[in-house]
Design a protein around this ligand. Structure first.
Ligand SMILES: [Zn+2]
Length: 260
């Protein structure tokens, strides 16, 4: 055995001998075989905040509270035409939904990606006449807390497709962005009607159009004011008056756990 092998052997023994499991972090990973990360939600928020500050693309996880496990469900990402999307691993979600009662879906609206997306707006003369570049960035940074029509559409789609009401299952949907976490969970009354009426081949398209209607009511500067007030006071705030989909923003510094 050479010195190299001996070193390798020693380090293997060292790894086996240490009692604490290796530290795991949530990461951006488009592979369907990304490892499961085990950590408490509060600890995972540190990873999410770091990724929000650094990532260029979206990423998504399914968190299983009963086993504190984080499953990477984000596959391909696309950024372009003022839009960013992440495809979900439906096979993995179906399996998790069959095994667990509560699933919390998390995805990122990372700051570097948001800044790339707003680049055309910063150059847009009609906007730049009214707002400075700095103001446009500030407004859009707060606006990253708002779900996109695709986010609302896929939340309804996933709940209609995989949530089984007879098993009292609960799916919740969250975004991590610059200032905090947004909860955009569709309410059971909405789902009962929506899934029954539109649960066919066009479900995702119709659900996304429904989400777009809700979002048209929100004005970016009003959203920004609400978010900044919530961050300063450390309290949650409702971003949408729609009762069928709650859009609630919770600043990082107030929030301990989603299990309220
Ligand atoms: Zn999103």
């Amino acid at each position: 055995m050479g010195a190299g092998n001996l070193l390798k052997l020693l380090s293997t023994v060292y790894v086996l001998g240490s009692c604490s499991p290796p530290v795991q972090f949530l990461a951006v990973n488009s592979s369907p075989t990304a490892p499961i990360v085990y950590k408490q939600e509060k600890e995972a928020f540190k990873d999410l905040r770091k990724l929000v500050a650094e990532a260029e693309v979206e990423e998504a996880w399914c968190y299983v509270p009963e086993e504190t496990s984080w499953h990477d469900i984000g596959l391909e990402v696309a950024v372009g035409n003022g839009r960013a999307t992440v495809d979900y691993d439906l096979q993995k979600i179906g399996k998790l939904a069959a095994e667990h009662e509560t699933l919390d879906f998390y995805h990122l609206h990372p700051q570097p990606m948001m800044m790339n997306l707003i680049a055309p707006y910063v150059r847009d003369p009609s906007l730049s006449r009214r707002y400075s570049k700095q103001r446009i960035k500030e407004i859009f940074t707060a606006d990253a807390a708002v779900p996109s029509p695709d986010d609302l559409g896929s939340a309804i789609y996933l709940a209609c497709t995989y949530q089984q009401p007879n098993r009292q299952q609960q799916f919740r949907f969250f975004i991590a962005s610059h200032y905090g976490i947004t909860n955009y969970t569709p309410q059971p009354e909405l789902l009962t009607d929506f899934c029954r009426l539109f649960g066919g081949a066009n479900l995702l398209t119709l659900a996304t159009a429904f989400g777009k209607n809700i979002l048209e009511e929100l004005h970016p500067e009003v959203v920004e004011r609400k978010i900044k007030r919530a961050v300063a006071g450390g309290f949650p705030t409702s971003l949408s008056p729609d009762l069928m989909i709650t859009i609630e923003f919770i600043p990082y510094d107030r929030r301990g756990s989603v299990n309220r």
